[in-house]
Design a protein around this ligand. Structure first.
Ligand code: ATP
Ligand code: MG
Length: 235
């Protein structure tokens, strides 16, 4: 059952509170981390324990402690309890390229088992896990592994972050179709206002509401960190 829940005054986002979430996006830079951090903050504000996970990350910094990824660090900072770095981000690669290529460059291969182990540790401590994907839905994890395989294996509900900019209708509708075609559950989508100059933004949102067979769960304003009422987008 999907229940609309007021997270903060004037804010509404509807997510089934019993399930773990996989945050995907219409593309890299659509706002997955921003939304995942907002979701974790909203859960914390409700007194729930939830941890973020970025199972696979490329574009990591070299530090004295090892490779560190900005997304994973942001998710850890937004988590309660805060996971150990390697549990949040079991696969970290330095070059900012597609992860299966980054893994190949260091003779590694991304596999499900270590991700599942880390996820189960997070779940045992936090109760609720918000997992951020890489790039868009069809970004591969290895020659034989897609993100859909991870989502099915961990039994996650998918949240699609639509980065509102020109071209997002095509990306959003293709993504929604692919998620369903892969046999995964699309819990809903988030309208993320990443372009303050986007024209006809409300009409774009209405177009997606009419065509995506899953609810608009919430919106993030440009520069916003909390969800705003979905009714603001009503056509
Ligand atoms: N609602 C918003 N308002 C303003 N800026 C935003 C918003 N959402 C995201 N951004 C900015 O857009 C950029 C991309 O966002 P974010 O890192 O969350 O995307 P992503 O989908 O997680 O990207 P990646 O594929 O690299 O993981 C960041 O600089 C972020 O601060
Ligand atoms: Mg990110």
């Amino acid at each position: 059952m999907t229940t609309p829940i007021d997270f903060t005054p004037g804010s509404t986002v509807a997510v089934d509170m019993g399930r773990d979430l996989f945050v995907t996006g219409t593309d890299t830079g659509a706002g997955k981390t921003h939304v995942a951090v907002a979701l974790l903050g909203a859960l914390r504000a409700r007194g729930q324990r939830a941890s973020g996970m970025k199972p696979v990350a490329s574009g990591c910094m070299r530090t004295a402690e090892g490779l560190r990824n900005e997304d994973a660090l942001a998710l850890i900072a937004a988590s309660d309890p805060a996971p150990a770095y390697a549990t949040c981000n079991p696969y970290a690669f330095e070059p900012p390229i597609a992860p299966h290529l980054a893994a190949h460059a260091v003779a590694r291969r991304i596999e499900l088992a270590p991700i599942r182990t880390a996820f189960e540790q997070l779940r045992a401590r936090a109760g609720r896990v918000v997992v951020e994907g890489v790039g868009g839905w069809m970004a591969p994890l290895s020659d034989g592994l897609m993100q859909a395989d991870l989502v099915r294996d961990l039994d996650l509900d998918v949240v699609l972050v639509v980065g509102l900019r020109l071209g997002c209708l095509n990306h959003a509708l293709l993504s929604a179709r692919a998620i369903a075609g892969d046999g995964c559950r699309l819990a809903g989508w988030i309208a993320n206002h990443i372009d303050p100059a986007m024209a006809a933004v409300d009409d774009n949102i209405a177009t997606l509401r009419a065509r995506i067979d899953a609810p608009l769960l919430g919106q993030l304003a440009y520069g916003g960190t909390g969800f705003v009422a979905i009714d603001a987008a009503a056509p």
